[in-house]
Design a protein. Structure first.
Lengths: 161, 99
């Protein structure tokens, strides 16, 4: 994670455009990170809003894959977000997301964050997706895709709808 | 089995916390009921699921923006119900698999 630039996930472990699922990993910063100086002094845990954002970014990469990088997803709604357990500094997070519904110009996902087998949070997320509104954003997302190991081969391997 | 209008009225009432008895076939979702785009996203999700369809919201919006259709054609609820019936019929005829 690079919290300063709001990069909440580190690598894509698996992307399956046929089953419309994604698995990513994220390394929670160590205790010395400034986020933990206030959240909370003497009892550092990851803020739930950042875990929710991690689920949103994971879902977003899945939607980017499904739309073949032609449309950019934007988080529109968070439903039933449940923080089920504390996430301490230095944790390795596994984040899973799947498509629940593909609408016209929007998509709904369900996502959960695990440490090992323990589910720490989950939510249902709704995204609007639109054609890339800025060429710079598209360039940025391409660079990010490379950084987190977006499997480009998944795009060509996906079955036709 | 309740009518298409009854189903979407119930969805709107539940999704947007609008009293059911204020939702009429002649109601305009935006102008009369004050439903905003985010709430309509939620309604579209519920309608898609309930009817097993994919409402072509982007196509409809484009038609309105291009002046080829009016918002009344899609967002007055009795008309929306007709559009949904058409989509369901197309799906049942095996012609509704595209987006």
């Amino acid at each position: 994670m690079k919290l300063e630039t709001f990069q909440l996930i580190d690598r894509i472990v698996d992307l399956n455009l046929d089953t419309k699922t994604i698995v990513v990993e994220a390394d929670v910063p160590p205790e010395c990170h400034s986020v933990f100086s206030g959240h909370f002094p003497g009892y550092p845990i990851m803020p739930g809003v950042l875990l929710t954002e991690a689920m949103a970014q994971s879902s977003g990469w899945l939607i980017l894959g499904l739309t073949k990088f032609e449309r950019m997803p934007f988080l529109a709604m968070v439903r039933e977000a449940k923080m089920r357990g504390f996430v301490p500094p230095g944790s390795l997070l596994t984040i899973e997301a799947k498509i629940e519904h593909e609408g016209s110009g929007f998509a709904v996902t369900s996502a959960k964050v695990r440490i090992g087998k323990d589910v720490k949070c989950n939510a249902e997320l709704t995204f609007r997706h639109v054609p890339f509104p800025s060429p710079d954003l598209r360039v940025h997302m391409d660079a990010m895709a490379t950084r987190i190991g977006f499997p480009q081969q998944a795009l060509s391997a996906a079955g036709n709808e | 089995m309740s009518s298409t209008f009854e189903q979407i009225a119930n969805i709107i009432a539940e999704t947007c916390d609008i009293p059911r008895d204020t939702i009429k076939p002649e109601s305009h979702a935006i102008d009369d009921l004050g439903i905003d785009s985010l709430d309509f996203l939620d309604i579209a999700f519920a309608i898609d699921k309930a009817f097993g369809i994919k409402m072509p919201l982007e196509k409809w919006t484009q038609e309105v923006n291009d002046g080829k259709a009016t918002t009344e054609q899609y967002f007055v609820l009795k008309n929306l119900a007709d559009r949904i019936d058409e989509l369901v019929a197309a799906k049942n005829a095996g012609a509704g698999t595209g987006s």
